[in-house]
Design a protein around this ligand. Structure first.
Ligand code: SAH
Length: 203
């Protein structure tokens, strides 16, 4: 499937009904979700693979993985409201995705999910809680040997230090995250955040 075809398919999905800023609920823009998935697919990390989407929100990444022919797909998400949207999005694609309500910081939940080939995620950037992405990185590395994530541009040095001895960080591709005015505290209609899609390989 072409990158553009995937992007168009993902653009049609339903977004967050009532996004909660405290847990940084921003829908992953279709263009970024498609980039991440396309890249992972080209490297053989999606088709026929067991894939887990951490903080799956409305399920954009999980649905895209299913569309690209992944094997088992599981999405983990804290917010039941977002999961209801993810369920509708999955139904739209007729995608068999297991949706699990829970907290990625809950180690027994993570251990109970089994193992995966690939984790895909758009974790909180840490705008509200500076270290919110750390438990996502930890859970991801516990679940799979290969992890794709969307991070703030410039995160590589931090991630390298945080995962030292555990993983290697490979730059995949850069992008822009157009953050539309979603919350009252936003002062601009659209803020563009530079992001990078990283591939993290467990040692
Ligand atoms: N890719 C998704 C959402 C990305 S935003 C989409 O496009 O819809 C990050 C998501 O992580 C949000 O849905 C938020 O509810 C979820 N989240 C934040 N902290 C979490 C935690 N500790 N455990 C599980 N999910 C969490």
């Amino acid at each position: 499937m072409k990158l553009r075809t995937l992007e168009i398919a993902l653009e049609g999905l339903e977004g967050f009904g009532r996004p909660d800023p405290r847990i940084e609920q921003y829908s992953t823009p279709a263009i970024l979700a498609a980039r991440l998935l396309h890249h992972a697919h080209l490297l053989g990390d999606i088709e026929g693979k067991a894939v887990c989407d951490l903080g799956c929100g409305t399920g954009v990444l999980a649905c895209g993985a299913a569309l690209l022919g992944s094997g088992r797909v599981v999405g983990v998400e804290l917010d039941p409201g977002a999961l209801a949207v993810a369920r509708r999005n999955a139904a739209r694609f007729e995608a068999a995705i297991d949706l699990v309500q829970g907290d990625v910081r809950d180690r027994s939940l993570i251990d109970g999910l089994g193992t995966f080939d690939t984790v895909i995620m758009n974790p909180p950037f840490g705008a509200q809680d500076p270290h919110a992405d750390r438990p996502f990185v930890d859970a991801a590395l516990a679940l799979a040997p290969v992890v794709y994530g969307i991070f703030n541009s410039g995160s590589i040095p931090f991630l390298e230090a945080y995962t030292a001895g555990r993983a290697e960080i490979e730059f995949a591709v850069g992008g822009i995250f157009p953050l539309k005015r979603t919350f009252a505290f936003h002062r601009h209609d659209v803020v563009e955040i530079e992001v990078e899609i990283l591939r993290i390989r467990r040692r």
